[in-house]
Design a protein around this ligand. Sequence first.
Ligand code: CTP
Length: 448
Amino acid sequence: MKKVITYGTFDLFHEGHRRLLERAKALGDYLIVGVTTEQYDIQRGKMNVVDSLMRRIDNVRSCGYADEIIVEDHESQKIGDVQKFNIDIFVVGSDWRGTFDYLNEYCEVVYLERTKDISSTELRIERNRSIRLGIVGSGRIAERTMAEVKFVSGISVTSVFNPRLSSAEAFANRFELAKAFDQYEAFLDDIDGVYIASPHETHYEYARQALLAGKHVLCEKPMVLRENEARELYEMAQQTGLVLMEAIKTAYAPSFLNLLAIAKSGRIGKIYDVEATFTKLIPSDPAAREYLPFVGGSFTELASYNLLPILKLLGTKYSDLRFDSFKDNNGVDIYTKAYFRFEDAIATVKTGIGVKSEGQLLVSGTKGYIQVKSPWWLTKTFEVCYENLDNNESFSAPFPGYGIRFELADFVRNINEPARRNYKLTAEESITMAKVMEQFLQNRIGES
Ligand code: CTP
């Protein structure tokens, strides 16, 4: 029996895919088709795949040529598959000519002429007009967003808003944006969505007005500092069919998603403890955003990251929450430790802008633990460790640039595919983060 194998994403299944599979099958008796995972596609730069893995597999299956479908998760898998399945012929479209010649050592490699004038990329472009994004604020995060947005197709930054027109104009000039605004309503007029990257306390009003104007919202963390504000915004988004996402970049990064999958798979047993630390020394300056009375401080500035693995792994229903802080003369916390109690687990958050510590994430379970070393929030590599050190495993995935491209890609996907929205950070988790921030601020006011 002659066995043939081919691989692809098979997004928005089209005639080119069908014809390739038809010809691949005709080359032998048994056809195996490898369909790429979402994570693998992201890793190799395909950020905007529309169909889920399940749907892409279903489409390959229903075209009727595949005798077996497997999942492709990494580049080096091909050699192993060819050997494991005793493959005689490896087939791929002519756009890949030369790339897979290295497999000639193991089987015959055939490049089939690609069907002209059709591709998933073109179909995605036809389906989706590019989203016009307006940036609120023109500081450091706005700058980073400009650097990252070029890596995501289907979206471009068209304008910037800053209540200080001169700042907006300087930003627009620097990044060659068509428009700069100091009037929010006018700014909202000819965009499809906003990226809110202004100081914390302004987020709520900017997000609310954008949603009222029918615009999608991607909002920097902490999105808001009160539970009822978060709830209201998510309800508005739900009712109007708009996308609202809190921009915590780690939540969308491949390696962190991998970590969650491994932690939840039971590999380290039942999870009893999550400890997450983020400290960043910022010189004390009453004029600096991080030292503003009421909204400044280490917890509001940094805890969103630390809350992420806790809520993801232990859920949003904590039974007790306590804080210990050291404050400066203005009552702003320079170091905070938050202790969570869940029904059968505990968690700790440590944040510091005036105290330095190891910025690690540690997830402890009955069979082992997962450790991500500093800076854990830019998760690239993590270790799964066991009683027997010989069994320890290390996992990694890229975290390119500032990592903002992943949340932007999800934002685009969620806007373009309303029926298949997938929130890697859920409304409930984001609302719980606001609730924790509110509890923290109330506690701080109560103490001072
Ligand atoms: N293919 C083909 N003819 C086309 C499009 C794709 O023969 N018009 C082949 C590819 O060469 C590959 C397989 O179909 O062997 C799966 O390709 P995939 O990357 O999923 O399809 P594309 O349409 O090329 O996707 P994209 O535009 O996202 O790169």
